[in-house]
Design a protein around this ligand. Sequence first.
Ligand SMILES: [Zn+2]
Length: 123
Amino acid sequence: MSYKQTRRDVAVADEYLASHMACRVCHVHVQCDELSAFGAQCKACYDAYCADAPTRNPAPRTHAQRKALLNGMALQSTGGITTDQAGTVARRLRALEAAGMRLTDGQLWVLSRCEAKAGMSAE
Ligand SMILES: [Zn+2]
C-alpha cells in the first residue's frame, strides 16, 4: 500500500468517524444526527424502548394493584354463580383446610369471595 493510498484511507476513516458514533445501547455506529434525535441511541433501539413503554392499562405490578384488580373481577365473576354454588365451594375449601391442606393464595381468594357471596362471612 502506497503512502498516497494510506492517506486516502485515513481521510475516509476520519470523515466517517467525525459523523458517526456508537449507539449507547447496542454500540452500533450510526450517524450523529440519528443519535441526537433519539437520545444517544439508534432508531432501532429507540423503537424498542418506545414499545416497552407503559400502556394505558399497565399490568398490575404491586400486591395492592393485583388485589384491587382481582376484587374488581370478583364483583363481575361472582355474579355468574348462585349463592348455593358459592356456599358449596366455600364449604369444600373449608373442608380441605380442616383436613390439613394448606390453601394457596388463589384458593383463599376464591374462598373469601364465595363466603362473601353466600353471606358466610362479614365482608
Ligand atoms: Zn442501538
